[in-house]
Design a protein around this ligand. Sequence first.
Ligand code: NDP
Length: 260
Amino acid sequence: MFRCLETWIETHAYGVRKMSKVCAVFGGSRGIGNAVVTKFAEDGHKIAVISRNKESVDRTIQELVQKGLKGPHLGVSCDVSDEKGVQATIKSIQDTLGHIDILVNSAGVNKDALLLKTSTTDMTSLLQTNLVGPMLTCRAVVRSMVQRRAGSIINVGSIIGVKGNPGQCVYSASKSGLQGFTKSLAKEVASRGVRVNLIVPGFINTDMTSGMSESIIRQAVPLQRLGTPEEVATAVRFLAYSPYITGTVLVVDGGMQLNI
Ligand code: NDP
């Protein structure tokens, strides 16, 4: 399926790929976001990589340059839950690279615990990062997108936000919330030519799933394996280049949603 998608993109997105766009990827230093960064840089776009850890942001930019993906690219260290930090980050990207054409919200954390054992502090900080964070980044870019009558936003949800999971009440709520937010914002800005979509990954092989047992994977995933960050990035790229898709939820989960 992904080969077909790649072929489709090669054929139909040629024009888009020829024009260098500005892509801002929150959570671009590791995991899914990092695979998105590589894909868009390979397409010749200018990339802004944003996460909290300055060293890993700088390393990501260096890796792009070492691969010959010259950019210009920009690395910014910012906590997505910090309103002023997000505003300053978006301004610095716009001042350095130009208007943001594609925004990807992949920054996220999980703190697994039964609700009875979850502190209010943990609840709040998880919601701030996974839900309020994307709201802040979207709000910071959407005015400029609306003014230019163009732009694509891709938020990263989770299959856990669709199906729920014991031990992940707050994480699940953050991702369900992101789904409602994505659809509502899509409705708010569609008439201005701005698209907003949600990718819903299943279990993907990143730091977030390190230590997950083979038996859990086989039980939960009909395709019997973890997905790769590149497989999710391919779907993100498809949404970014699909001018007639907005408000959609694209599930990339190896069939997890088929399970009862
Ligand atoms: P990783 O832990 O591999 O990467 C998370 C990225 O987000 C890192 O770049 C991290 O950098 C950044 N980040 C975390 N917190 C913040 C913050 N407060 N501000 C800015 N950046 C932050 O995670 P994944 O790539 O696996 O996950 C990416 C997204 O996909 C998340 O939203 C996650 O919920 C979702 N997802 C993941 C699944 C999986 O199985 N892996 C399944 C379903 C959804 P730094 O620490 O330097 O800030």
